[in-house]
Design a protein around this ligand. Structure first.
Ligand SMILES: [Zn+2]
Length: 534
């Protein structure tokens, strides 16, 4: 060992090595029961925030928010009780739909009561507006007072043209969050998305369970003009509705898949009501940074969400949803990257930011708040590198990119994966829209190129099938369950270390060069052109 010291490093600015022990230490700590599943605004939050803050401090990193290691994130909890039925009136008469079985609705407005009263139903195809594509599912219709009925996913899904809305790969237009946002922009009174299992990527019961019970959103944002009542209806009810209105559902879907589609009134009315209890609380993002030596006002931002879903339904005698993988592991990995930067001989030329966001599980809220109230200007943010769930199955041959093809971040992933003897590959299920389901997405939405990926498809020794079975087992038995726990006996952190090293190497590369990775032409995301300065 000692004799190797004769070989002088060619440059003192070589990337450091990620410490597996650092990852394990933080992972083990944050997965403990005492953190109570790290639910925002609950007793586990201050413990988590203190832990992260102390670790960042002890690494000598600077507080990220004007002298503070935290950023307040005001959250609004809306607990809605829905009227048990929804009344739908067509020329065939009045029908009562049942809560849960036939529909779910909720609101994002800070309002104690919302009513849809004989609101006119308008079929708006996929609910998509894209000027560049000349696509407008709301063309020439004033949605005020009306309720839009829209299809899930986008028109490319299930077709045979990979260039038309990216074929089976889900574009952002396919995601329900987009449809909600567009209904807000259109000033609709209500929005009902027609659920269909394969297009949505999940069965009806997921819709049912996700949208009942309290929902969190960001507080302090005026939503009084937004679409008031939003939700989903079952495929069966949608088909009946079309029939009762004199339309053939399949024919109308076909039409909706073309540019020639025009939205139309279904000559039907819907009534429903919501009574809400609202509560506000302040949660926190944790933020620290290492100042760049040459270009301190250019930023590389690492993110990982610290939160999980707290204490809940007892499963096999356990009620604490520890979220070891999701996302104590990603948090631990970003801490290990912070350590590597903080202890390197040569500090980076650009600034490197470590941002641990809250309320990811409630809808990417901590990262949404950050991009809406950025501490470091987004126009000066080179890229975002997000970690959510570290691979526990061992070293891998691949690095699988979620949302491959969006930006030149792919090139960095490829370069550094290759150096590790790995290849890059597209995520396994691009039709499910995972790119829109973790915190990097908020950066993408606001124009910052983002990378989100991990070794996931091919185990270095045991191959592809092993990896597939392993992941399937996690999703079925541990994802968002109390059994997402850390177990030293079964976790193999080698792959997680590999990924943390890759993430670190990419950040180290970009922190010491002058490049601004760009979005690809085919991506629905772009940097706002005027704001980028080099
Ligand atoms: Zn997560």
């Amino acid at each position: 060992m000692a004799f190797l010291g004769c070989q002088e490093k060619t440059s003192t600015n070589e990337p450091s090595e990620i410490q597996a022990n650092t990852i394990l230490k933080h992972l083990e700590e944050l997965s403990q029961d005492k953190y109570l599943g790290r639910m925002p605004c609950m007793a586990g939050e201050p413990l988590t925030i203190d832990y992260l803050t102390n670790e960042l401090k002890s690494l000598g990193l600077e507080p990220g928010n004007n002298g503070s290691y935290t950023q307040d994130v005001p959250l609004l909890t809306i607990d809605g009780s829905i009227s048990d039925e929804m009344i739908v009136e067509t020329k065939e008469g009045k029908e009562s739909w049942k809560k849960g079985t036939d529909f779910v609705i909720h609101t994002q407005r800070n309002s104690s009561q919302l009513i849809l009263e004989e609101s006119e139903l308008v079929f708006c195809g996929y609910g998509i507006v894209d000027e560049k594509l000349g696509w407008n599912d709301y063309a020439d219709i004033d949605m005020k007072g009306k309720t839009a009925v829209v299809l899930v996913n986008d028109p490319g899904y299930g077709g045979d043209d990979p260039d038309f809305f990216k074929g089976d790969i889900m574009t952002y237009y396919g995601r329900w969050t987009y449809k909600y946002e567009e209904a807000d922009r259109q000033g609709a009174e209500g929005l009902l998305i027609i659920h269909e299992t394969s297009s949505a990527g999940y069965p009806w019961f997921v819709v049912q369970s996700s949208w009942q019970g309290p929902q969190q959103g960001l507080s302090g944002i005026d939503r009084s003009q937004d679409c008031g009542i939003k939700g989903w209806i079952s495929l069966q009810k949608a088909q009946e509705l079309f029939t009762n209105c004199g339309y053939d559902f399949t024919t109308e879907i076909k039409k909706a898949r073309t540019k020639e589609f025009k939205p139309f009134s279904m000559d039907a009315k819907v009534s429903a009501s919501l009574t809400n209890e609202t509560k506000e609380c302040i949660s926190k993002n944790v933020i620290a940074y290492q100042k760049g030596t040459k270009y301190p006002d250019e930023y590389i931002v690492y993110t990982a969400h610290w939160d999980h879903i707290g204490v809940g339904k007892v499963v096999e005698g356990d009620s604490i949803y520890n979220g070891a993988l999701d996302n104590a592991s990603g948090t631990a990995a970003v801490l290990s990257i912070a350590e590597a930067f903080a202890t390197a001989e040569t500090p980076p030329e650009r600034s490197v930011v470590f941002l641990f966001v809250t309320a990811e599980e409630q809808g990417l809220l901590g990262s949404e708040y950050y991009v809406k109230k950025p501490i470091f200007p987004l126009a000066k943010t080179v890229c975002n590198l997000n970690m959510d769930g570290l691979n526990p199955m061992g070293a891998m041959k691949d690095f699988s990119i979620t949302g491959m093809g969006h930006s030149q971040m792919d090139n960095y992933a490829e370069k550094h994966a290759k150096a590790q003897g790995r290849y890059i590959v597209q995520e396994a299920e691009p039709e499910k829209g995972y790119f829109f389901r973790s915190d990097h997405f908020n950066f993408a939405k606001f124009g910052v190129p983002a990378l989100y990926g991990d070794g996931s498809l091919e185990h270095a020794e045991k191959g592809k099938e092993y990896a597939e079975t392993f992941k399937k087992d996690y999703v079925e038995s541990r994802y968002h369950a109390p059994s997402d726990e850390y177990d030293a006996g079964t976790w193999n952190i080698d792959g997680g270390v590999q990924d943390a090293q890759l993430y670190y190497n990419i950040g180290h590369d970009l922190a010491n060069n002058r490049d601004w990775p760009k979005w690809n032409e085919s991506s629905e995301f772009k940097r706002p052109t005027k704001t980028l300065k080099d």
